[in-house]
Design a binder for this molecule. Structure first.
Ligand code: C2E
Length: 575
């Protein structure tokens, strides 16, 4: 739709007779519908165009001072947003086609035109130009943030790579992904998500210079091109600024949202002209920044590349690991500190990769979580651990009141499916619910307090016990200990290792034991590696311990052996 403002028309014509003719045609419309400015030369036209806005240019192709199509090309390149109608005395179809190809919106022959025809042409040309502009915008820009999109960014980067080579200068590509954006988007709704993305776009623009490019690749992924940087130090400073700016709270109507960003950086040093190479490198480095705890930046390097390749390879094999029977459970004994007898066991997942060998849970558990496979695998762990426990119990190998602990992942804790899994496991295995301890971490309680309260309440009603793992490393909130139905606290192993040398570790461990006892909770010390550590926790009457001092996590067969040895010792003592 055309606006109600008078149309500003620029007529470029050096023949006075034709000028008057066109003015007469136009005058047939009410004079407050348009303003007409006339110039005779291309230079004068440029002068007017740089001083004032025009909706449409009526261009004579037979200007004395320049060749017609060149004049047209020149105006199109200088003023790409203006509609141009060629008005000429030459009725030549091939010339008309050439003019349209070079960017004119219409081609009119003076002798064959009249008022209606010219006005219709003007209106259509302006409308066509606007549609062209909209399409051009959609093709190259992100509608929400008005930033460049991937296509335009790649074009900018391509040009920049040529400049890097020609001018022997440095450029950098920064790939930025917002941390936990999905959680915020799901919790606050998509409108809030859009506000956050727009705000991040503003902040990114504030961190870079005008000649740099900022683009949104979709979702919560942004990419920045820094041109003509002097050193990695320059890029580091900008990356720091970006992380800092992004982590400032975003004000919504009645609350604040906190979001952070992980940034990967690829330095463009010349010799490579393929934009995707650097975008991929920056993307890989961004994943490394996530691995390193988010809210930070990482430069791409060959080592990072190798690491990410291994991760990707492991992730692919992990999808088949369960069905290929590469996953197994090991059990670590938990010992009564007073009596030295086995009090329980923790089930710990192991992955024996056919090529790589034993993969550490610290590597594959996060991969299981990222891929969502942890839900299925976690349910398998629960069933396996309880089945094994009942098997040992039915063979009379377990002392009375022994329990089995199973780790729950945050991903298993976000919906009620875990309740069905626990109920089904109790039913299928027949395990006494009181013998089962589900270990969760403090962070799982704070993500969604109400949900955690509901799920834990239900689990507790089934008779199953709840333990808090790694206590002391997270929020260590007394409020949560009171609010949730918790039975056990596990002191994190980082406090027990070297406890005899570290006053701080000793203070924290003794405080946690006393605190748990004051709240009527049982305490398990994890990571007891030495006699000194065992003596320390015994002095503070810690109920149970586990650690390499007694035994590492061992296979089912080895655990059976251990139980057999223990029951022999017990019967010798009794007799
Ligand atoms: N240095 C030292 N370490 C000791 C000592 N005693 C025990 N540990 C180790 O400490 C970890 C205890 O498990 P966690 O804190 O739940 O930490 C676990 C847990 O968060 C996760 N994980 C393992 N199995 C499962 C599972 O089935 N499900 C879920 N969701 N997570 C699991 O992987 C983590 C690491 O498991 P692991 O490598 O088996 O490592 C185990 C165990 O081998 C000691 O004296 N010294």
């Amino acid at each position: 739709m055309l606006s109600s403002e008078p149309l500003a028309i620029l007529q470029v014509e050096d023949n006075l007779g034709d000028t008057r003719l066109v003015a007469d045609y136009l005058k047939d419309e009410s004079s407050d519908l348009f303003t007409l400015t006339h110039v005779c030369t291309l230079d004068e036209a440029q002068n007017e165009l740089s001083n004032q806005h025009f909706d449409v240019i009526l261009l004579d192709l037979a200007l004395l001072e320049s060749s017609g199509l060149e004049a047209l090309e020149h105006l199109v390149s200088m003023y790409p947003n203006r509609a141009i109608i060629v008005l000429t005395g030459c009725d030549d179809v091939s010339l008309a086609l050439k003019a349209m190809n070079k960017g004119a919106q219409d081609y009119l022959v003076k002798g064959c035109s009249d008022s209606d025809l010219i006005w219709r042409s003007i209106r259509y040309s302006i409308e066509r130009k606007r549609t062209e502009e909209k399409l051009e915008f959609l093709a190259h820009y992100d509608v929400l943030t008005k930033l460049a999109n991937r296509t335009l960014f790649e074009m900018h980067l391509q040009q920049a790579l040529f400049r890097v080579e020609r001018n022997n200068q440095l450029s950098a590509v920064l790939f930025l992904d917002l941390d936990r954006f999905k959680v915020v988007n799901d919790n606050f709704g998509h409108d809030t998500g859009d506000i956050i993305l727009s705000e991040v776009a503003n902040r990114l623009n504030q961190c870079v210079r005008k000649q740099d490019s900022v683009a949104r690749f979709g979702g919560d992924e942004f990419v920045v091109l820094l041109e003509g940087v002097k050193s990695c130090g320059d890029v580091r400073r900008i990356a720091e600024k970006i992380c800092q700016k992004c982590s400032k709270p975003i004000q919504l109507l009645d609350e604040e949202v906190f979001i952070t960003a992980s940034v990967g950086i690829a330095m463009c040093e010349g010799g490579v002209f393929e934009p995707m190479t650097y975008i991929k490198q920056a993307d890989i480095a961004m994943y490394q920044a996530k691995e390193k705890g988010r809210n930070n930046y990482q430069f791409y390097s060959e080592e990072i590349n190798a690491f990410v390749k291994v991760q990707a390879m492991l992730e692919t094999s992990l999808h088949r690991a369960l069905e290929k029977r590469e996953l197994d459970l090991y059990f670590q004994p938990q010992v009564n500190t007073k009596t030295g007898e086995i009090w329980g066991m923790e089930a710990l997942l192991r992955w024996f990769h056919p090529k790589v060998g034993n993969v550490s849970p610290d590597i594959f558990i996060p991969l299981l979580e990222d891929t969502g496979l942890i839900v299925e695998v976690g349910e398998w762990v629960l069933l396996q651990a309880c089945t094994q426990f009942v098997d040992w119990q039915s063979k009379g190998l377990l002392p009375p009141n022994t329990s089995v602990s199973v780790n729950l992942s945050a991903r298993q804790f976000v919906n009620c499916r875990i309740l069905d899994a626990v109920s089904l496991t109790l039913e299928v295995t027949g395990i006494n619910p009181e013998c089962l301890i589900l270990e969760i971490t403090e962070s799982m309680l704070v993500e969604d307090v109400r949900q955690a309260e509901a799920i834990l309440g239900e689990i507790h009603r089934l008779g199953v016990k709840i333990g808090i793992d790694d206590f002391g490393t997270g929020y260590s909130s007394l409020l949560y200990l009171k609010r949730f139905p918790i039975d056990h606290l596990k002191v994190d192993k980082s406090f027990l290792i070297d406890i005899e040398k570290s006053k701080e570790n000793a203070a924290i461990t003794s405080a946690v034991i006393q605190l748990a006892h004051a709240l009527g909770l049982m305490v398990i010390a994890e990571g007891v590696e030495t006699q000194e550590a065992l003596s320390f926790i015994s002095d503070y009457e810690c109920d149970v311990y586990q650690g390499f001092f007694f035994s590492m996590a061992i296979s089912r067969d080895d655990f059976t052996e251990l139980l057999l040895r223990q029951s022999k010792t017990m019967s010798t003592r009794m007799s």
